[in-house]
Design a protein around this ligand. Sequence first.
Ligand code: PLP
Length: 423
Amino acid sequence: MMATALRIENPAGTSHHPGFLADTVAEDFPILHQRVHGRPLVYLDNAATTQKPRAVVEAMSRFYATDYANVHRGVYTLGARATGRFEGARARVQRFIHAPSPEEIIFVRGTTEGINLVASTFGEQHVQAGDDVLVTEMEHHSNIVPWQVLCQRKGARLRVVPIDDRGELDLEALAGLLGPRTRILAVAHVSNALGTLNPINEIVAMAHARGVPVLVDGAQAAPHLPLDVAALDADFYVFSSHKMYGPDGIGVLYGKRKLLEAMPPYQTGGDMIRSVSFERTTYDDLPHKFEAGTPAIAAAVGLHAAIDYLEAIGMAAIAREEEALLAHAVARLEAIPGVRLVGKAAHRAGAVSFVLEGVHPHDIATILDSRGVAIRAGHHCAQPVMDRFGVPATARVSVGMYNTRRDIDTLVEAVYETKEVMG
Ligand code: PLP
């Protein structure tokens, strides 16, 4: 019997009552039921990482207690069971993102490693001196630096699609930058610093019309939106388990089979070879070619449980409830005198960034913590975004499926108190 307390009577999640979802899942997240500095914890740093439901923690602990062994090696029963669970997780990810086949699902450590993998293999093969690599001004550092290093090594140009004052991508500029020397476009589905939800279908179509492949950084989309990489036609799509209620230490790189097959391995060693001699090594087929060494086995089992959990609720229901919650957060924050939102995109997912006149974001986060409210202050690993808006840092509120309007109201009260304390 699964000990998870997921009590969803209505798996399609058709309720429009805000807070319905959060109230339903609250019991599944024991960590949230504690006091911090004497106040009930309000966790609003979900863009950094999400908390884990019992279903995930228990799936991993059961796996360690009953089925754990190394994968793809042992002919003995435990080894076969562990391999079955690991490959079962891969198939679960495939269904979750609607990838054509499980061989196109590469397990990596997280989004960062997935992007580095593509930059050092596909990038190494396709980017030459004088070529362009296109990123956007709203990228996380992990979708900038690997490309920058590649460009420096190759004598290629890193070109940047600008964002406007609302924090939306300038699609006209994108069209102008997509040229005959562009070898790849690397773009976020959702911005972690601004919360902007990009028109990713349109962006991929624009790039493809010019013959440019696209890597989509889905780190901030996977926890919030239904994904269909086949319909999107993304060439590469990357995301991290820990941001979608799964364990840390594992993430996913989806790539189109024909691209992955043509790419050289990223790391070499055990588990990725077909044969090795001192003269010559041949590599295994997909996905193993890209999974050298012992993978994060229990983490894969945990990710499987997280996806089961997400889909029992329904990604469409999560997207709908979180959208309403964010609209509430935007309206309430905007109404506070002295608060300025950084990023006002028409379409948003996950996060709202703001600054408060005369108060450093770190002071806001510190005072909020004393009220039990956990938010992030800083550059959010997106320093070019901070430069674009002329701020050193922002305070960022990022929601998950367990957050309620009450949480937002508590946050807003604490921002008012911050004004009093600092004023
Ligand atoms: N890309 C985006 C948009 C992110 O928000 C993050 C994490 O904050 C990353 C990439 C990096 O993810 P990870 O640290 O899990 O590799």
